[in-house]
Design a protein around this ligand. Structure first.
Ligand SMILES: C[S@@+](CC[C@H](N)C(=O)[O-])C[C@H]1O[C@@H](n2cnc3c(N)ncnc32)[C@H](O)[C@@H]1O
Length: 282
């Protein structure tokens, strides 16, 4: 991508997130199928990430958190409620505006937001107890920038501190690029973090229910595409309430599958994974 292209792209997504998400998702999705699946996907991500933080990392309330690629601030706000100090960055100025607006609604005084590229973090070494990075590195297409991002995240983490990622990182990447994703294998993530000075501690599967939720989540993941919205919201074959019912069934089944199988050997089937790295030697 050319200079400035990345910010422009994510700014555009932020605008859509603000205007179209609000207008279409809230007003129309409330009535149609994807709503169940979108809510389910959000809940699953929160449950799984918090489980890693509470059960595996076991952070103190005094921990210093950095949320990388914070988007509209969902995770930063959650962290600010749980821990004493949260800093959040995003390459898109519009995402940062949105995040500040959202944090204001929650009356939080312990979270700060900065426009910044993860590949060039403007923070001192060894600053954070936890660097959180949820579905960000999979959007960094340039391999050199991706590598710098890994090094930068490790650099600003305290020795003994953690880096938590949630990315599309299958064992085998047959498709390496989609329009929105740069798919790198789990091995590639583990090797790069090791070279940067952080060892791999733990991983869990996220989306084992993919076949069940595929249709809904596929459209959800493309939710910034207006055409998909309009196509879905003008479904001729099925009524909104029938789709909604089907989607409720799918989200109940998805929950059963995801929550039960995530830590079994079948977890290798999941392309979406949460990884945990610890800075320092194993
Ligand atoms: C899919 S969104 C995820 C947002 C948030 N982490 C969440 O889970 O809700 C990806 C975010 O990463 C940000 N991003 C993409 N490339 C980035 C970069 N090089 N540096 C910092 N942020 C970046 C985008 O602006 C966008 O807000």
């Amino acid at each position: 991508m050319e200079e400035g292209e990345l910010e422009k792209y994510w700014d555009f997504v932020a605008l859509e997130a603000k205007d179209f998400e609000k207008m279409l998702r809230v007003e129309k999705w409330r009535k149609v199928a994807r709503n169940w699946l979108a809510d389910y996907a959000d809940k699953r991500a929160c449950d799984f990430v918090l489980k890693v933080i509470d059960d595996v990392i076991k952070l103190d309330k005094s921990a210093k958190i950095l949320d990388v690629g914070c988007g509209p601030g969902k995770w930063s706000i959650l962290f600010a409620k749980k821990f004493s100090s949260t800093t959040a960055i995003d390459v898109s100025p519009k995402m940062i505006l949105l995040a500040r607006e959202n944090a204001k609604k929650h009356n939080l005084g312990n979270v700060e937001f900065h426009v910044m590229d993860v590949s060039k973090l403007n923070f001192p070494d060894e600053t954070y107890d936890l660097v959180n990075c949820i579905t960000v590195l999979q959007h960094v297409f340039n391999d050199d920038d991706w590598r710098s991002a890994v090094y930068e995240m490790v650099r600003v983490t305290k020795t003994g501190g953690h880096i938590l990622l949630f990315e599309t990182a299958p064992d085998l990447a047959i498709i390496r690029r989609t329009r929105h994703l740069a798919i790198r294998t789990m091995r590639k993530y583990i090797d790069e973090f090791r070279m940067a000075g952080a060892h791999f501690v733990y991983w869990r599967a996220v989306d084992l229910s993919l076949p069940v939720t595929f249709f809904g989540l596929k459209t959800y993941s493309a939710s910034f595409n207006k055409k998909v919205y309009y196509f879905m919201s003008k479904s001729i074959l099925f009524s909104a309430s029938f789709l909604s019912f089907l989607s409720l069934v799918a989200s109940v089944l998805a929950e059963l599958i995801d929550y039960r199988l995530a830590e079994t050997p079948l977890s290798f089937l999941s392309a979406g994974r949460i990884f945990l790295f610890k800075k320092g030697k194993a």
